[in-house]
Design a protein around this ligand. Structure first.
Ligand code: ADP
Length: 497
């Protein structure tokens, strides 16, 4: 069965266009959403950078003050600092002639930093792992007579209340040195589970603590704007469905118009009325004829026969039968064939056949008919009146479908053949229906011959006279192993026509 039989098919082109829009739209929506989130993320990251830089400068200021004021060793007021500067864990001092506190490693690291600090006149970070704890670092400022150092807890640099990121959120903030994370300022969930992440990197605005601030925000697939994406998908599906429905409706409309144009609907209605009218008009003269003849029979049987009255009755019967003949002649004139010979032009045979099949597609589909093409003369052109040719094809296909309705569903096959036979083009329309009874075969093309209930018996006679009007012929036979085959022969169009 040709694909055109399915009125609700989604054409491949439409599906491809929809798929493109689904993909493109999804990317656009996700991107615009991500751009908004990224902007918010970067604003927060800049706030974090400013806060951390301020804290780092605060350490410089504390150490500079201690170096300048040189608080007396006996009172050591600097030891009270940790109680009001949250991130300062310890204040260390080295008075002239003494050593830094702590183990040998720590002493050496603090002494090295102090040495660097002296010519620079600013604080310097000591390269030491303080108690093996990540997130702590020591800042040393050389001075005379006493030098000072602060042990700082990076995790306490910014109080939770000042932090721009939501507590418990997915953002990870760390301080890195030479690409290595030195301190997690704010922890987060595992970054590697995320599909993507936003990242912000910027060195702190202080020379003494050469950290790079690294802020990372993982993005999970579930965080994409699925509601908007889903709405977009729905909108596209609705549009696609609407388009397909609209196309199906247009096809149905075109088919209905075409059927009307072929005059099938209108003609049958008109013929139905005509037949009813004719039956009515014929009834009266026929009744009169039969009454006249019966009266004459009786008069002739009398002894002696009443010849004069019998003659009169017979004359009346003749008159009434003429009236009946007039009625039939009038009908004949009404359904007189159009003059097709004057409208001949080259017509594409196979295209006409396909068009006719398309027109009856819904019916063929409803019946579950399988269609087989045997066309080895695809571009064959015939010399015909296009409207008459369409009418013949339509009637023959319609008859075939009606015949197929009489056999079980699985056995409904229609075979369409087009081939050239010398100067003629031949169309075969064969069905696997019940076939034609031997006594019906010779009468098939007679007007008003029908075996169908409600049939008018005009279709084939019309087709036959249209075919012969175009210089062709229409014939019928029984197909083997079963069914009927109708063969239409038409002259091919001259090659230069
Ligand atoms: P109608 O369809 O009104 O009967 P037609 O002239 O189209 O008039 O057909 C005349 C008769 O020919 C039908 O009643 C039917 O008996 C027979 N006939 C036509 N086509 C077929 C067919 N494909 N198979 C069997 N019989 C057919």
């Amino acid at each position: 069965m040709p694909a055109a039989f399915d009125p609700h098919r989604w054409p491949a082109g439409l599906l491809a266009a929809l798929a493109l829009r689904v993909g493109g739209g999804t990317v656009l929506i996700a991107r615009s959403d991500l751009a908004v989130r990224q902007a918010a993320f970067e604003t927060d990251a800049r706030i974090a950078h400013r806060l951390l830089s301020q804290r780092a400068s605060q350490h410089d200021a504390i150490l500079a003050t201690l170096a300048l004021l040189q608080p007396p060793a006996a009172e050591a007021p600097e030891q009270r600092l940790p109680s009001f500067v949250g991130q300062v864990l310890q204040v260390l001092r080295r008075d002239a002639g003494t050593d830094w506190p702590g183990d040998a490693d720590q002493r050496a690291a603090l002494a090295a930093a102090e040495q660097q600090s002296r010519p620079l006149q600013r604080a310097v970070m000591a390269q030491v792992a303080l108690g093996g704890e990540r997130g702590r670092y020591a800042l040393v400022r050389a001075a005379t007579p006493a030098s000072f150092a602060l042990v700082i807890d990076a995790r306490a640099l910014v109080p939770a209340a000042d932090w721009p990121f939501a507590p418990g959120g997915p953002v990870q903030v760390s301080l890195a040195q030479r690409g290595q994370v030195q301190a997690l300022v704010a922890a987060a969930g595992p970054l590697d589970a995320a599909a993507w992440h936003f990242a912000f990197r910027k060195p702190l605005a202080t020379d003494s603590q050469p950290f790079e601030l690294v802020v990372q925000r993982p993005l999970r697939v579930a965080e994409l704007p699925w509601v908007r994406i889903g709405l977009w998908w729905l909108a596209l599906a609705a549009a696609g469905w609407g388009y397909v429905a609209w196309q199906a409706q247009r096809r149905a409309q075109r088919r209905a118009q075409e059927l009307l144009r072929l005059g099938q609907v209108g003609r049958l209605n008109a013929l139905g009325e005509l037949a009813a009218g004719m039956a009515h008009e014929l009834n009266q003269p026929l009744t009169a004829v039969s009454a006249g003849v019966q009266a004459a029979q009786r008069l002739l049987a009398d002894d002696p026969p009443d010849l004069a009255t019998a003659r009169q009755a017979m004359a009346q019967a003749v008159q009434q039968s003429r009236r009946a003949a007039d009625v039939v002649a009038r009908l004949r004139r009404l359904v007189e064939r159009p003059d097709v010979a004057s409208r001949l032009q080259p017509c594409a045979l196979q295209a006409t056949l396909r068009g006719g099949l398309d027109l009856l597609a819904p019916e063929a589909q409803r019946l579950g008919v399988s269609v087989e093409w045997q066309a080895d003369a695809a571009g064959l052109q015939v010399q015909a009146d296009p409207v008459a040719l369409e009418q013949i094809v339509h009637n023959l296909l319609n008859n075939a479908l009606q015949a197929l309705a009489a056999v079980p569903v699985g056995e409904r096959r229609l075979r369409l053949g087009v081939h050239r036979d010398g100067d003629a083009a031949v169309v075969d329309i064969a069905d696997s229906g019940p076939g034609i009874a031997a006594e019906a075969l010779p009468r098939l093309f007679e007007p008003f011959f029908t075996t169908r209930e409600g049939g008018l018996g005009l279709g084939l006679s019309l087709c036959e006279s249209l075919a012969s009007g175009m210089g062709g012929a229409l014939s019928a036979a029984n197909a083997s192993p079963r069914g009927a085959v109708f063969t239409l022969r038409l002259p091919t169009a001259a090659p230069n026509a």
